[in-house]
Ligand binder design. Structure first.
Ligand code: PEP
Ligand code: MN
Length: 344
C-alpha cells in the first residue's frame, strides 16, 4: 500500500503523515521524489482504511500495489533511479559499459585489459576474484589477491570496480575493495547473501538466476532493498531454455517488462547469455535498442588462454568494435555513452 502525498509537501508534513501511519502499526518507507513524496507501507495493511487515510491533510491518494515486490515497485518510486558509481551515473539517459576479464588471473592480464577498455570508453572494470564454477575442480579465483589487484587497477587506470561476492561471510572483505558488489546468477536466491549486501552502503549488481522468473528477480531485489540498500542494478544474463545453439537464451523482452514494474536500472550481460564471442556484438546492439541501461561484457587480450569463459570473451579489437556500434545505436535511441573520452 502506498500513500502518495500532494506535490511539494514539506519535510515536516511528510514526517507528520509518517508518524500517524506508524501509529497504525505498519512499517513506513519514505521515498522523496522531485515533485512528491511516496510513503510505502509494509506489514499488516489489509485492515487499514484507504478512504480515511486518503482524507488526511497532505495526502493526495492511496494506492494498493498488487505485486508482491512493494519497495522496488515503480509505484513506490516512479522516477527512474540513477545510481552513482565513481563519476558514472547508471540509469537515466546514460548507457554504462562494464568490461573486463571473467576472472582476475594476474597483474599483467588485468592491467592490460583494464587499460585498454578504459582507453576505449568503458566506465567500470569487471573481474571475478571469487568464482562460482559449475565444476568444483575448475579455477575458483585468486580470492583476496584478486581483490587487491582490482583495487590497484582502479587506482592506476581510474575505473571503479565491480566484482562478485559469493557468501555472506565475504561481504565485508569484498566491500572493502569493490565499488559495486555483484551477486551472480547462481546466488540470486541466496537470501542470506541478499540480506547481507542489503546492509552495505554499496551498489549491488543483481544477476537474474538461470531459471528465475522476472517476478523472482524482482523479489530478490526486494530482499536487498528491504534491508535499506536501494542501490540495486538488475542484470539479464540469459536464462536456461531448450535451445543449445547458445549457452543461455538472452531474454531481451525482460528489459521492457522489468522497466514497467520497477525504476531500478537494468543492464544486459551478452557474454554469459551467448557463450560465444561472435554473438556478443549483435546482442549488445539489441540490448541498447531495447532500452537497457548498460552492458557488462567479458574481454580478454588472449581469450584462447583465459582461465575461464575464454570462448565468450571479446578480443581487444572486438571490444573497440563493440564500443563503436554501441555508440551508434545509443545515439539512434537518444541515449549517451559519453563517447567524447573514447580513443579512436
Ligand atoms: C560472471 O559474471 O563471471 C558470472 C559468473 O556470471 P553469472 O553469475 O551470470 O553466471
Ligand atoms: Mn564469466
Amino acid at each position: 500500500m502506498n500513500v502518495i502525498l500532494k506535490p511539494h509537501t514539506t519535510l515536516e508534513e511528510i514526517k507528520w503523515v509518517e508518524g500517524r501511519l506508524r501509529e497504525l502499526g505498519v512499517d513506513v518507507h519514505v521515498s522523496v521524489g522531485k515533485e512528491r513524496a511516496i510513503l510505502g507501507l509494509v506489514g499488516e495493511t489489509a485492515c487499514l482504511d484507504d478512504k480515511k487515510i486518503a482524507a488526511w491533510p497532505h495526502v493526495e491518494r492511496v494506492i494498493r500495489i498488487q505485486e508482491p515486490f512493494k519497495r522496488v515497485h515503480r509505484l513506490s518510486h516512479p522516477e527512474d533511479r540513477i545510481i552513482q558509481v565513481g563519476d558514472q551515473q547508471i540509469g537515466g539517459k546514460n548507457i554504462t559499459i562494464m568490461a573486463g576479464p571473467c576472472s582476475v588471473e594476474s597483474h599483467d592480464q588485468l592491467f592490460t585489459i583494464a587499460k585498454h577498455v578504459k582507453q576505449h570508453g568503458a566506465h567500470l572494470l569487471r573481474g571475478g576474484a571469487y568464482k562460482p564454477r559449475t565444476s568444483p575442480y575448475s579455477f575458483s579465483g585468486l580470492k583476496e589477491e584478486g581483490l587487491q589487484l582490482l583495487a590497484e587497477a582502479r587506482e592506476e587506470v581510474g575505473l571503479p570496480v565491480v566484482t562478485e561476492v559469493t557468501t555472506p561471510e565475504l561481504v565485508p572483505i569484498v566491500s572493502q575493495y569493490a565499488d559495486v558488489l555483484q551477486i551472480g546468477a547462481r546466488n540470486m536466491q541466496n537470501y542470506g547473501l541478499l540480506q547481507a549486501v542489503g546492509k552495505v552502503d554499496k551498489p549491488v549488481l543483481l544477476k537474474r538466476g538461470l531459471s528465475a522468473t522476472i517476478e523472482e528477480l524482482l523479489l530478490a531485489a526486494e530482499y536487498i532493498v528491504a534491508e535499506g540498500n536501494e542501490k540495486v542494478i538488475l542484470c539479464e544474463r540469459g536464462i536456461r531454455t531448450f535451445e543449445t545453439a547458445t549457452r543461455n537464451t538472452l531474454d531481451l523482452s525482460a528489459v521492457p517488462v522489468i522497466k514497467r514494474y520497477t525504476s531500478l536500472p537494468v543492464i544486459i550481460d551478452p557474454s554469459h547469455a551467448a557463450g560465444k564471442r561472435d554473438l556478443v556484438i549483435p546482442l549488445v546492439r539489441a540490448a541498447i535498442a531495447v532500452g537497457a541501461d548498460g552492458i557488462i561484457v567479458e574481454v580478454h587480450h588472449h581469450p584462447e588462454e583465459a582461465w575461464s569463459d575464454g570462448a565468450q570473451s571479446l578480443t581487444l579489437p572486438m571490444f573497440d568494435q563493440m564500443m563503436e556500434e554501441a555508440e551508434r545505436v545509443a545515439q539512434a535511441v537518444g541515449r549517451t555513452l559519453h563517447a567524447t573520452s573514447m580513443v579512436r
